[in-house]
Write a new protein. Structure first.
Length: 478
């Protein structure tokens, strides 16, 4: 898809269908209102195509950013299916200038579909023209916004593509190979550690999770340094379970069906690091990923085992399907041992089904000790359009992860408050100096859906990337 800005006062785009977005019919001239009403254009019949006028009218529920994105996604898919390949959209409606980023996100993200395994893989080329006539912003500002939004959308679709790829085609070693490619392409630091390295670093918990897999576990460390002086230091830690059958605490068949998505946290970190150089963010960012496959076998770790994390905390394994937090525990320890003077430490994971129960399937759960960080993440949510919900730490729930034989248990003695007890488990691996700098994101809900929603096609949504890029970008401005 090619998106071009133009000014209809200066240039005419021939043979293109003009899409007219409206919040109400009265926004149109009276002559047009009368004509469209005669054709039964109304809130009940929200769209109408006039081939002779080369126009497609559509009523939006509102002209707010998320509503615009959803509407444009629907419009694009409909017109694409009807053979239209050249479309015009206006940045300014009768009474409002829309957000250019909302137009682009609705079109580019709405245009994505996963076709890698389809025998017929036809991609329709679309030419999109956005008329900037009457905009209050100058062309240089708008072009910069267009480029930045396209970079973000490109990397969001990159995240979707990798998360949709099956476990047979995407092992931990594949993720480390992608990390190397990204590092080379975007001038990033890159360190990859295999199982012998993990053993030397006492990352025994992460090793245990991947022990029964035929694929070697990989610890990935990417490092972005801005060209100019850094304004701060971020550390992103992603759960990269390329597949999770639950281990010996085996998942049911339906539970395993979409477990290729359990690498979402790690892939999101890859996508963010891939975007930073092009976006020229003025912050130093480290991306740490624990790439592991949790399988069954004669040498699998077992319920009842006691494991020792990198920081020497002992963990009673009550459930091998609570493996993501085990991988994150060692990765968080590694991050804090290797990286000094951290300003913000964020872990990202599809961690608990309990978070979906608490917040629904469209919302990322956010937990932290710092109210300031939670507020900043909420502002990033409002700007990016990605929904978050904060869950409170609860000292009464902490006793649910007590162990009679070890320092902590990897699963609560009750399913109640499962998203929070998972976060409280991870808190055991956050150093005191970083407690107020740490954010835990549980994206089990919005990461993947087998049905389309908003401007996401079935499969991986790419959620988390826009949220975190927005959070980093505005960190010192909030």
């Amino acid at each position: 898809m090619k998106i071009t800005l133009f000014n209809s006062k200066e240039k005419d785009i021939k043979k293109a269908l003009e899409v007219v977005l409206l919040s109400k019919i009265s926004d149109l001239k009276k002559e047009e209102q009368t004509f469209l009403k005669e054709l039964n254009f109304s809130k009940e019949n929200k769209s109408i195509l006039l081939v002779e006028k080369n126009k497609y009218y559509i009523l939006c529920d509102s002209l707010k950013q998320e509503s615009v994105k959803i509407t444009l996604c629907k419009v694009l898919r409909k017109l694409k299916s009807e053979g239209f390949k050249k479309l015009i959209f206006s940045l300014c409606t009768a009474k409002k200038e829309l957000e250019l980023s909302s137009l682009i996100e609705g079109l580019v993200l709405g245009n994505y579909s996963f076709t890698k395994y389809k025998s017929e893989n036809k991609k329709t080329k679309m030419a999109i023209y956005i008329d900037i006539k009457n905009s209050k912003k100058d062309l240089i500002t708008l072009e910069k916004e267009r480029k930045e939004t396209l970079i973000i959308c490109k990397n969001m679709n990159f995240v979707r593509e990798l998360n949709n790829t099956t476990a047979e085609d995407y092992a931990p070693i594949t993720m480390s190979e992608d990390a190397r490619k990204i590092a080379k392409e975007h001038d990033l630091g890159c360190k990859i550690y295999g199982e012998k390295d993990l053993e030397k670093m006492n990352m025994n918990v992460m090793l245990a999770v991947g022990r029964a897999s035929r694929h070697e576990s990989q610890l990935i460390h990417l490092h972005y340094v801005p060209k100019d002086k850094s304004l701060g230091k971020f550390v992103l830690v992603g759960k990269g379970l390329t597949y999770d059958c639950g281990g010996l605490s085996l998942k049911p068949t339906l539970g395993m069906l979409t477990m290729k998505r359990d690498k979402t946290g790690g892939i999101t970190v890859l996508g963010i690091l891939a975007a930073l150089r092009e976006l020229n963010y003025p912050y130093e960012v480290h991306g740490i990923i624990g790439a592991v496959e949790n399988m069954i076998g004669g040498d699998a770790f077992k319920p009842g085992d006691v494991l020792y994390a990198k920081n020497k905390v002992s963990i009673e394994v009550r459930n091998t399907d609570a493996e993501g937090r085990l991988v994150l525990a060692d990765c968080l320890c590694y991050a804090q041992d290797e990286i000094k003077d951290i300003d913000c430490l964020i872990n990202i994971a599809t961690l608990t089904g309990a978070c979906k129960i608490a917040l629904g399937v469209y919302t990322t759960g956010v937990m932290a000790h710092s109210s300031s960080l939670k507020n900043k993440m909420q502002k990033a949510s409002n700007r990016s359009g990605e929904l978050i919900g904060t869950l409170p730490f609860n000292t009464f729930l902490e006793k649910l992860i007590n162990s009679g034989i070890a320092d902590v248990s990897n699963a609560g003695s009750s399913p109640a408050g499962g998203a929070i007890t998972a976060a409280l488990f991870l808190d055991k691996f956050i150093k005191k100096r970083n407690k107020k700098k740490w954010l835990h994101l549980d994206m089990a809900g919005p990461a993947y859906s087998e049905v389309p929603w908003a401007y996401h096609s079935p499969g991986a949504s790419g959620s988390g990337l826009r949220l975190l890029l927005n959070f980093i970008k505005h960190f010192n401005k909030q």
